[in-house]
Write a protein that binds this ligand. Structure first.
Ligand code: ADP
Ligand code: MG
Length: 387
């Protein structure tokens, strides 16, 4: 187990707001969306802090990561996760049942739940719908069900993803407004693309219009202090001050991996005698773009046409249209230095999609998947003197 810095208080607060909302927080039952850049610890927080905190309050939590497999449709991933959770639930030895028994004692039937429908047909034609299935679980278990969808922005990239969001909204609206509902259905989505996550709650035509949208609380000086203390315990001296180290962590976009890389460079640096507080900011400034550079390298590896397509998409704020137009093919031809035919574009664009470097944002609309990568790409272009 690597060293995870836990944030139990933050998680417990969030779990309480979600499961026992005050009058002011009741809106969270319409859905909660958290957005923050990639590699800042969202998934780690969900898995190690938030899910245990929700479970400790008796909720059944279903987690699905839409980024785990960009080749499988979001719907298929969500259905599979729900089916698995429901099958587990019907086993008397399921961890959920055990937890519920520990929380409530004898009240909970020993035999496990019998849901009374075919779980495997969930979402299939003629099978039970998400709304029916989730209502049944809430009513039989008399518990809250929380569906956590990580990298939720992938759901708006396809029509069936949009359909799925509507199906989840239908489940929410079937369960939550009932006057004496024995539990609630909560939907939490997280995403690495703030603009796209915003669209999910801001656009009137989106299923979760009006749901709450907040920034993921990034790790802060407590996390930095945790590391400095560990290094001191390892017998290292000449460590940076908390203030300088916290600034370096922020320079690195509050990303743990980059921060650890910076600390390692610092400790192994031959010029450490100059002083850790002098050296660490320099290291942080050079490492700032390392993660984005890795992604940009993947674009390069896909070849020069891929670079041309990526450039067209990355140079536009928001979404790019006409990636496959003949006008675009003309621009690619100039970039590549030979004539590019329109038919050549689609397969290469598909490779960029499969590598998760670009993302489909709607019919014929594309964007860069990671806004930080886009920012660094633009910095590089500016350095090269390109517009
Ligand atoms: N609280 C934490 N303590 C230690 N390491 C962390 C913590 N949060 C994130 N990390 C590390 O940072 C990296 C990125 O975290 P991840 O949760 O995958 O980010 P995200 O989901 O935002 O892309 C992982 O290597 C993870 O182990
Ligand atoms: Mg993640």
């Amino acid at each position: 187990m690597i060293d995870i810095f836990l944030r139990p208080e933050l998680a417990a607060d969030m779990a309480k707001q979600l499961l026992e909302p005050s009058a002011l927080d009741i809106g969270l039952r319409s859905g909660l969306f958290l957005s923050g850049l990639r590699r800042t610890g969202k998934t780690t927080f969900l898995k190690n802090d938030l899910i245990p905190a929700l479970e400790a309050r008796g909720a059944l939590v279903i987690y699905v990561d839409l980024w785990s497999d960009t080749q499988t449709s979001p719907v298929a991933l969500v259905h599979a996760a729900v089916r698995k959770a429901l099958n587990d639930l019907q086993s008397p030895t399921s961890t959920f049942m055990q937890r519920l028994r520990a929380l409530r004692g004898v009240e909970v039937e020993l035999g496990g739940f019998k849901l009374g429908f075919n779980v495997d047909a969930l979402g299939e034609v003629g099978g039970v719908t998400l709304a029916e299935a989730l209502t049944c679980v809430v009513d039989k278990a008399k518990a809250d069900v929380v569906l956590l969808v990580d990298e939720v922005q992938h759901a708006i990239t396809t029509d069936d993803g949009q359909q799925m969001m509507l199906a989840l909204k239908a489940a929410r609206d079937a369960i939550n407004p009932r006057p004496k509902s024995p539990g609630y259905f909560l939907f939490i989505g997280t995403g690495s693309h703030r603009a796209m996550v915003n669209e999910l709650t801001a656009r009137r035509n989106q299923a979760f219009a009006g749901a709450t949208n907040v920034a993921y609380p990034v790790l802060d000086s407590d996390y930095v202090a945790f590391w400095l203390k560990r290094l001191a315990a390892d017998g290292l001296d000449n460590l940076p001050s908390l203030e300088v180290a916290t600034d370096a962590f922020k320079t690195l976009g509050s990303r743990p991996e980059e921060f650890i890389r910076a600390l390692r460079q610092l400790i192994h640096s031959p010029s450490l005698s100059a002083g850790a507080d002098v050296l660490l900011p320099v290291i942080a400034a050079t490492l700032r773009t390392a993660a984005a550079d890795l992604e940009l390298m993947k674009v390069e590896e896909l070849g020069v046409l891929a670079q041309a397509i990526f450039a067209r998409i990355a140079s536009v704020d928001g979404e790019t249209r006409g990636v496959f137009s003949s006008e675009a093919a003309g621009a690619y031809s100039t970039f590549v230095g030979r004539e590019v035919r329109v038919e050549e574009v689609q397969p290469v664009a598909n490779e960029l999609l499969a590598a998760n470097l670009i993302i489909r944002r709607g019919h014929g609309l594309y964007g860069v998947t990671d806004p930080f990568v886009q920012e660094i790409w633009r910095e590089r272009q500016a350095l090269l003197g390109k517009p």
